[in-house]
Design a protein around this ligand. Structure first.
Ligand SMILES: C[S@@+](CC[C@H](N)C(=O)[O-])C[C@H]1O[C@@H](n2cnc3c(N)ncnc32)[C@H](O)[C@@H]1O
Length: 273
């Protein structure tokens, strides 16, 4: 009954109700609602170990870019700004994984993202590498930049068929144009992997494919290309609609030397020893 009434309320009233219900939470977004303190609220502002000091600045910079159409998102709507706030904890974890590598590795690192879309995660990662002067050789970006193909999805992933039809590699390239060491590989996984010619082992792999078959293929392909003390960040690990991906990740990790660390955001990090 309450749900039926709620459905017919005007948007601004719904927003007021939601804001009121969430007012005591310290973070709300991306399936997560918590009263625990988010990591970007530091008690000691100059604590460089705890803090990713540029984090809030990067968020504001991206929102400004989106508002000025300097960074184009596929789903163009007024919620874009909120989307960046809602993704804050996710992006913080991405940057923290890079900070960890930065503290651990003295030499140049190599990075790969599988599942790029408009380049949101990639923008945060590349901006952070630049801000922290982290040396890297290449950042490879792999995506079909086409709608998802039914032949590469399992039966119970059929909701994904046809998604990302508005993806456009030219827009992603424009969004990331200021970063020079990027290498775009366009095509469907696994076939596109034939185009991967990098000789060096990699240190950081971000997997955000919403597809268990592609996730499995990427893991198999990069298994023997992972440096010691490298990191894999899984975006889809804990999401109920990506259960199939979680099964593949669990199966892959079972005999690997490392630790799979699930996070409340639905992400998981594999620390490769
Ligand atoms: C959730 S989106 C990636 C979002 C991106 N990481 C971001 O933060 O904006 C998932 C992407 O995976 C790509 N994808 C899914 N299956 C694929 C496959 N078999 N080969 C290549 N790309 C694939 C889709 O095209 C889509 O762009």
């Amino acid at each position: 009954m309450i749900r039926a009434i709620y459905k017919f309320l005007p948007h601004f009233i719904k927003k007021k109700i939601v804001n009121n219900l969430n007012k005591n939470y310290l973070f709300v977004g991306w399936n997560l609602k918590t009263k625990t303190c988010p990591p970007w609220k530091n008690t000691i502002t100059q604590n460089k170990i705890l803090q990713i000091s540029c984090f809030n600045d990067l968020n504001e910079e991206l929102i400004e870019k989106i508002n000025k159409n300097d960074f184009l998102l596929n789903q163009k709507n007024n919620e874009n700004k909120n989307k960046i706030y809602e993704l804050k904890w996710r992006h913080y974890n991405v940057l923290l994984s890079l900070k960890y590598l930065m503290e651990l590795k003295k030499e140049k690192i190599n990075l790969v993202e599988a599942g790029v879309a408009d380049g949101l995660t990639a923008w945060f990662a590349l901006s952070f590498l630049e801000k922290e002067s982290i040396k890297y050789d290449h950042f490879t970006l792999i995506d079909s930049w086409e709608q998802m193909d039914s032949s590469l999805l399992k039966k119970n992933e059929s909701k994904q068929i046809g998604r990302y039809e508005n993806n456009n590699i030219e827009i992603t390239k424009k969004n990331l144009e200021k970063f020079k060491k990027t290498n775009f590989l366009k095509g469907f996984i696994p076939h596109v992997l034939e185009k991967y010619k990098e000789k060096n082992m990699i240190d950081w792999l971000h997997i955000d494919l919403n597809s268990s078959i592609a996730t499995k293929e990427i893991l198999e392909f990069f298994s023997h290309r992972l440096n010691k003390n490298s990191i894999i960040v899984f975006d889809d690990y804990g999401w109920p609609n990506h259960e199939e991906s979680r099964i593949e990740i669990d199966k892959w990790s079972i005999n690997k030397s490392g630790i799979l660390w699930p996070l409340p955001t639905g992400q998981a990090i594999f620390f490769n020893f």
